[in-house]
Design a protein around this ligand. Sequence first.
Ligand code: GDP
Length: 536
Amino acid sequence: MTAAGPVTASSADVLREADRRRTFAVISHPDAGKSTLTEALALHARVISEAGAVHGKAGRRGVVSDWMEMEKARGISITSAALQFAYGDAVVNLLDTPGHADFSEDTYRVLSAVDSAVMLLDAAKGLEPQTLKLFDVCRHRGIPVITFVNKWDRPGRDALALCDELVERIGLQPMPLTWPVGVAGHFRGVLDRRDGDFIRYSRTAGGATAAGEERLDPARAEAEEGPEWTRAVEEAELLAASGGDFDLARFRDATGTPVLFGSAVLNFGVRHLLDLLVELAPRPTPRPDVNARPRALDAPFSAFVFKVQTGMDPSHRDQVAFARVCSGVFERGMVVTNTTTGKPFATKYVQQVFGQQRSTLDVAYPGDVIGLVNATALRVGDTLHADRRDVRFPGLPSFAPAHFAVARPADLSRAKQFRKGIDQLESEGVVQVLRSNRRGDGSPVFAAVGPMQFEVASHRLSAEFKSPVRLDPLPYTVVQRLVDPAQRALVDGNRSEVLTRADGADLALFVDNTALGVLRRLHPEVVLEPLVAGNG
Ligand code: GDP
């Protein structure tokens, strides 16, 4: 049924290419240094890959223009969703997560497309609210996490205290691979816990793309660094005694996290992080389909859409769908099937998006991200494939919302466009749309993980559908899933109500925990289940 493109790669080629891929995201609370680290990783990889080349001017100031140059040189390719670069023999796919301060569902969706994550902590702040949520999602999804304690060049917390926090607050075993020499703010270098050597860092003029590194054996380290070295050695021994030695199995099953200390802005520890990703981070593995059957990496092409981005420019509603390749080879121009609609989908525009705005994408392997332009038919969660038999991956989970508002058209004469707009936003996953026929005027309720989603939805309703929206916030703060819809009437009340989501889930919303407690006392028979962030 599908006219697949001329796929020439052999099964061995695909498996070899997949094995080279490291697909991950850098995640953090805002301001921990995600953008700085992302740039440092890409620049460092490029410098290393172009061995022998002289980059005297590649200072921080030039990062932005450098970025463009990199694209042109095709050393790395940048899409708004993923950055791809070579490092040694590995191909690194660094997926972008939304940069704004607000937490949104996009971050969760991106995490469904990675094989591992790098969690960035600010040495002075430790675990922050979004750090906690993100760790929670990674744990529920079984995503292995490497922790990078950033900004060690500035005064911050005690390294052992930071490690204790990981155990105590999130039950994750820290397994430091390096240990800082010199307290935060007086960063000399790190003790490499795998061989006991001291790696001394030095600042390079103008903040270049790689830190100066010098490896010293323990005797020389002690002679030259004195008490700071001794303290690091003693602390490292304490770690070993408290189960902090590296254990690959614990990293892979997401119960332990390797920890590195560094400074993204000075490039301290960046090489170590890249090497660690290449060495230890999981490669793409066969992804289970809806029937829980893992799809072999060398099966015909398949991918799932994890992000749909619509341009804010109403004059041309360019829509790009980003999909992660799960099996086989993707070649530009091939015709694939969208499993949800059963319709063939021509991918000839892949060339344009990457050609005009980005770089040309000729071929992609498992672990890579492809961007499909004008993909108005594609929705988050859709499966694409070029197989004779249908392939379907499980839809992306929806998430426990934390913000609720009733949506009404500000201009009643535009009610039809308003409904159309809401349907579109809902299908793209911009906001969750909840409904209840007990709500007097039948107005839908927007629900979101982060309030920024409301702003995006409002903007698009006015700009694209010419139907401004009026949002009236609802006071709910606690959300549970109502298991038996027949019990709905027991929950609907002054301080709680049940609303139904498009996926059929009945969400019981309460103004606070007291309201939930009251219901539990009055009607202990009502079955409610907690919604976990990222598992709603
Ligand atoms: P993001 O919001 O997580 O993307 O954070 P940014 O990369 O924009 O960094 C936030 C601020 O922290 C910026 O002013 C950076 O220059 C600064 N920053 C990032 N990494 C470091 C670091 O290692 N040391 C110091 N001192 N500042 C850093």
